[in-house]
Design a protein around this ligand. Structure first.
Ligand SMILES: [Zn+2]
Length: 537
């Protein structure tokens, strides 16, 4: 039912097979309200090439003229012939603070009549600060899930059971584990809307990770209510496969214009920063002069184009293994997103290590201090601390700064490597690179991805300096007794040929030279180093 095509970070590109077609995930399901569709379903299918939309069984149930046509099936009812998912009304119960005049049993049976590709049980939205109330909601959701398994009759509908628990991570974990034991194919993550509305991205991010950690990984995860493209890349990097958007229409009704970096009020724009079919044909002034309905329709179309474009960009990033770089670009749109990324990378490193590919098509690009917490870095650091041992015969640690392409024949590293190779006692010298990103990179490991496939700016920032120093001390703490001497090669003048700057000026290697103790010696020229190595037998 769900086939994996590619992965990056904890995200995945997959194929979801449904009775009305195969959907490439991550995908975006526009929310379709059959009573007030801003963009007709046929247009979603033909112009936007939407593979899957989500509509609401409860809204159809409570609208007599729609309900009486239910037996035609939901595809005919709304005139959309690709994959359709139906939601159950739990969100409406929360939104309008009301008890629904319908039971889980009735909704499940009604959804079987509607025959969507994916149907959802009637769960309980758990937005509350009270753990007991949330727990009660989780138990009711689990009861509804068990009831659905018991009463459903049709075999050609995939069933979705939402994970509830709200802000309580223990309840989310419990709910995800229990639902994984039941026969369901998809799991929406419920109760994200309140935190999303408050820009509480830290809570949303942690909710996703805890759910993902406890859920059957073979089943797609639907980030219910994540409809703003500003959050898609990070959500996919944490394992979300499906998104739904009512934002494209709701924002349009409020004159809000979506971009991947945030939202503008369209009236304040002098020109549109987009070349979608709407924005290329119209100016903000044109839209101001239009009747309200026409303007809302066109803004909704722009909002949807932007949203789909971001999903496509994420597909490429998953295939090309550059999702982290996209995530780091996107989180710069709002400080609360940077906080969320920092939180999940520092609190859940093992989660990302489990999924992030060990070898990638693209190199590692430093894109800000969060890069230092990425799994590629964590993996190397963990290897050094937990399993690495310097070659047994080595006695002298020789550290050279990571300056340029270390494979280039004239690089500092290659010069040192050549020098050592000519020595009769070469076996006692352990050549290591000192990197602002990865700390100590022993020569014997440097071919491992991405130790030779990474780029970072040479104006070493505070974060890199601090990070590299920590990693150096961590290495020394473990291996100090292994080495008799530590040599640090820090060429006095090392010019960048292009801009004639001393690019070594701020390299973290200076910080460790300042701290040098009696076993440390630093050298400024290759001749000094040659003499010292020659005498070190
Ligand atoms: Zn546009």
């Amino acid at each position: 039912m769900f086939e994996l095509l590619a992965r990056d970070a904890a995200g995945r590109l997959g194929k979801l097979k449904t009775p009305h077609g195969t959907v490439l995930t991550p995908t975006l399901m526009p929310v379709y309200n059959p009573n007030i569709p801003l963009i007709p379903a046929a247009e979603l299918e033909n112009e936007f090439k939407i593979q899957m939309l989500i509509t609401n069984a409860y809204i159809i149930y409570r609208t007599p003229e729609l309900r009486e046509k239910a037996a035609q099936g939901v595809h005919n009812l709304i005139n959309f012939h690709k994959t359709i998912m139906t939601d159950s009304g739990a969100y409406q119960a929360w939104m309008y603070k009301m008890e629904l005049p319908v039971t889980n049993r009735q909704i499940v049976q009604f959804e079987e009549i509607l025959a969507p590709d994916i149907a959802t049980i009637l769960d309980i939205f758990t937005e509350t600060n009270d753990h007991d109330v949330a727990q009660e909601g989780v138990e009711k959701t689990l009861k509804a899930a068990r009831e659905c398994v018991e009463i459903r009759k049709k075999s050609n509908i995939l069933w979705a059971a939402p994970v509830q628990g709200g802000q309580f991570l223990d309840l989310l974990a419990y709910c995800a584990k229990e639902l994984s034991l039941l026969d369901f194919q998809i799991h929406p993550l419920g109760t994200l809307a309140p935190a999303l509305q408050n820009y509480n991205f830290k809570q949303v991010a942690e909710t996703i990770i805890v759910t993902k950690q406890n859920l059957n990984p073979a089943r797609p995860l639907h980030g219910f209510s994540i409809g703003h493209p500003i959050f898609f890349a990070l959500a996919v990097a944490m394992g979300v496969d499906l998104f739904d958007s009512s934002a494209y229409a709701l924002f349009a009704k409020d004159n809000r214009y979506l971009t991947v970096n945030g939202t503008f009020r369209f009236e304040s724009l002098e020109e549109f920063p987009c070349i979608c079919p709407v924005c290329i044909k119209n100016t903000p002034q044109d839209l101001k002069e239009m009747p309200t309905h026409q303007r809302e329709y066109l803004l909704a179309k722009h909002n949807l184009y932007i949203t789909i474009e971001e999903i496509k960009r994420i597909h490429v990033a998953l295939r090309e293994n550059c999702l982290w770089e996209l995530v780091q670009e996107r989180v710069r749109a709002h400080p609360a997103l940077i906080e969320a990324l920092n939180l999940v990378l520092s609190k859940y490193p093992e989660f990302f290590l489990k999924y992030d590919p060990v070898i990638k098509k693209s190199g590692f690009f430093y894109a800000g201090p969060e890069s230092l917490l990425r799994p590629e870095v964590t993996r190397h650091v963990k290897k050094i601390v937990e399993t690495y041992a310097p070659p047994a015969e080595t006695q002298i640690l020789l550290l050279v700064p990571d300056l340029e392409d270390n494979f280039h024949p004239s690089s500092l590293f290659q010069q040192c490597s050549e020098l050592i190779r000519q020595l009769p006692h070469k076996g006692i010298i352990h050549l290591c690179i000192y990197s602002p990103i990865f700390g100590i990179i022993p020569e014997d490991l440097k071919e491992i991805y991405p130790l030779s496939q990474h780029e970072y700016p040479r104006n070493y920032d505070f974060a890199m300096n601090h990070h590299a120093k920590l990693l150096f001390h961590q290495y020394l703490e473990k291996f100090r007794s292994h080495y008799k001497k530590i040599y640090i090669f820090r060429p006095q003048i090392y010019y960048d040929n292009q801009n004639q700057e001393k690019i070594l000026n701020y390299h973290p290697i200076d910080a460790i030279i300042e701290e040098a103790t009696e076993n440390f010696t630093s050298f400024n020229t290759i001749d000094q180093l040659k003499d010292a190595l020659g005498q070190s037998q």
